[in-house]
Design a protein around this ligand. Structure first.
Ligand code: FES
Length: 118
């Protein structure tokens, strides 16, 4: 990622950018480090976005349900994630549990929208 810093463009190679659309349709552009083994749910919580993350990222609650709006190639959902999404509300074909999406270079520029809460 290129970032403008003190009147110079510098290359930051351990950071990506993601866009999260909240439930009021407001876009939040967030920079996230790729070297801390974080996931999108943790980044949303750290950015004070309204996401519960009740189970702490174990794919057991679906409180981190999002819709992936960009066309990034993501890792296929695990059986646990699919089972949890089967029990969630407002599920769409692009639904994912964002605690299962690791912050890594491959998702630079990803755009997600928070799913409604039931
Ligand atoms: S935080 Fe519970 S399923 Fe993602």
């Amino acid at each position: 990622m290129l970032r403008f810093f003190y009147e110079h463009w510098i290359m930051i190679d351990n950071e990506i950018q993601l866009t999260v659309i909240d439930r009021d349709d407001k876009e939040h552009v967030i920079n996230a480090p790729t070297d801390m083994n974080l996931n999108i749910m943790e980044i949303c919580k750290a950015s004070d976005l309204p996401i519960e993350g009740t189970c702490g990222g174990m794919a057991l609650c679906a409180s981190c349900h999002v819709y992936v709006l960009s066309d990034h190639e993501l890792q296929q959902p695990s059986e646990d994630e699919e089972d949890m999404l089967d029990q969630a509300f407002f599920v769409e074909p692009n639904s994912r549990l964002c605690c299962q999406i690791r912050i890594q270079d491959q998702i630079d520029g990803i755009k997600v929208k928070l799913a409604p809460v039931s």
